[in-house]
Structure formats: C-alpha cells, structure tokens
Design a protein around this ligand. Sequence first.
Ligand SMILES: [Fe+2]
Ligand SMILES: [Fe+2]
Length: 395
Amino acid sequence: MRNMYLSQSMEDEITALSEQLMISYEELTLIYKLSEQLQQRKQFRELFMECANDLQELINADSLILFVKPNSKSKPIVMTAGSFPLSDEIVRTTGAYLLQRCQHTDKPILLTDLSAHPELVSIFNTVLLNVLAWPIVINNQQAGVLIVLQRSGEDEFDSTDTKLIATIARHISWFLENRMLINDLEELLMGLLSSLVNVIDAKDPYTRGHSQRVALIAMRIAQTLELSQNECDRVYLAGLLHDIGKIGINDSILSKPGKLTNKEFKTIQNHTLVGAKIISSLKQLKSIIPGVLYHHERYDGSGYPEGLRGGEIPMMGMIVGLADCFDAITSDRTYHKALDFADAIDEIRSTSASLFDPSIVAALMRYDIDQLRYELTTIPETKTPIPLTGLFAED
Ligand SMILES: [Fe+2]
Ligand SMILES: [Fe+2]
C-alpha cells in the first residue's frame, strides 16, 4: 500500500535502497561466515561447497569451478559446484586456459562472447555462456582461478557480483596459502620425528628397523580390522613412534645382554610414559598418545604402565602392542633367536592368547603372512615413510 506521506519517487528510492541493503547484508553474511569457517580450520572441500552454494544464490551463477595449480609440478586441485554439466575435460581445459590468461593480471577476466575463444567453444559446444574468472594468488604467484559460469540471457554479472567474487577468491587464496604453510611445517615435523626414530632404533643393533616394522604390521592389522583411512594412518604413526620414550635411556641398559636389575627394568618401563609426554607436547599428534602410552598393556592385566585389562585398553594400544610383540619374536634379540613367521603366529595363538585382544590377534592371522614377510623385508633402510594424508584431519 502506498504511504500517503511519501512521494512516489521517494518511495521508489526507499524500496531500491532497502533491496540494496538486503543484498549487502547477505553478502556481508557470506563473507563473515567464510572468515569464521577459515578460523575453524574446516576441510577445504567442505568450505568450498558451502561457499559455492551461497555464492550461487547471491549472484545467479550456474556453476563454479576452482582450479588451483600451486606449482608447475603439482597436480591441480579441482573443485566444482552447481547445475551446469561439467565433465573432467571441461573443468581441466577451462581451468588451464583461464589460469594461463590470468598469468599477467590481478584483474578478473570476463568473457561474454565465447566465439572469440575457440578452445572453450570446442569443449562447451556453445557460445551462450558468460564466464567470469578471478585469479587465486598464493605467495604472490597466480596459482589458480575461481571461475563462475552463467548461461547467457540471465541477469549478467554486475560490479557487485565481481566485487563479491573478488572477496571470495581472496579468502580462498589466504586459506590455501595458510594450508601450504601448515603442510610445510607438518612435513618438517614429520622429518624430525622420523630422524628421531632412526636414532632410537640405531641405539641397539638388535632393534634396527624395529619401529618401521611395527608401524607397518600395526597398520596392516588396522586395515584388516577395516578402520578408516585416518585411523590406519594414526595407527601407523603410533607404531612408528611407540618407543620414542627410549630416547633418554642409556644404551648400556637398552642393549644389555644379561638380566636387567629391577631398577633398570623400571627405567625401561618408563619409556611409555616418557614417550606419551613427548607426543603430548606436539598438538597435532595427541590422537596417537594411546598407541604410545598403552603398547605394553596386556589383555590379562599383566602389562604396564597402568595394568589395564581387557576392554580398558584402547584399541590403538592393543594393535601397536601386538605388532611390537610380533616383531620382537620374529627378530634376533640378545635373549632369543628369531622365530619364523608361521611359528610366531603359532606362538601368539597359543602362549600369548591371554595377552592380546582375540579380535586383534584374529586380524593379524587374517593378513597374508607371505605378503607381510615380503613387505617387512623390503622396507627401505634409511627412509621412514610418514603418511600425512588425513593425519591432521578432524573426523
Ligand atoms: Fe616399547
Ligand atoms: Fe618396541
């Protein structure tokens, strides 16, 4: 209903202003949401999808493509959203073409007539498409493009749309830049831990390569138990670092050929607590503490450090413990000769039956023993492979 105190032109102006205000509010909400999500360290794909959905509603876009190639050797990171049919070929060709066009500009590229771009016409099979591409800049390099596709004839992109896409592209750039920095730091951390593990194993000639073998056996048990990829990665890392607490123990105790005194035995037992303490100082590795702290707990309660029994022992501790025991009896030690794998399985099945969770022992039994023997004998001596995928992911 018309307001009797306002002229028609004033009323129109107020309507236009309130519409503009509403759009600005929605845009601001999207940007605010994005900043918040960035701080929450969301998974990147999830972040992109949420932001793409909001963006599509706001600017009437049919589809979005994110194409990022951090360096010439890396495989592109590709993500898509929206209703426009996008084959793998379309995404890669469009991404590579527009990234190349963005190389020497920090401005957006707007294509409203594809006939001038035969590369794109040939894959889209149409010229009736508006394409807006904004560069993604990582470490001052044009590393990718955020591409918005819109069927021709709809409301064309205006300057507000362009500004909004620029803001989103900038946020994506910051996110990726931070992510890469974190990846570099994580790789550095893993490299340091890996060197530390090799130092510990080298302290005693009888345990050379022990941590790597325990990590592999533990991971195979976890896979046979059908744990998630992230959990298997964590079990692997726990296996690799399970004896990290031995770092401060004197070599003469670690490789002592005779019987240990009570005091020496206590010192060795302490490695589970020391290891957990070392790990707990690294925020990213907290999830593997149970594997390090409880790998000497035993199912019947005869283990240490807490004498837990049965279901009280965290699964990661049980898996690493069984892998540790299996490697110990299949390797030459000062106090015994190595057992053959088949005999080791028999030994665990009979004499150690009460020491480990039967479901975890059963998982080790299910794994192909010849395959395990082959894998353990072909682990590279010097390099400790550390899985980064999913290690720091929240699940
Ligand atoms: Fe240990
Ligand atoms: Fe061990």
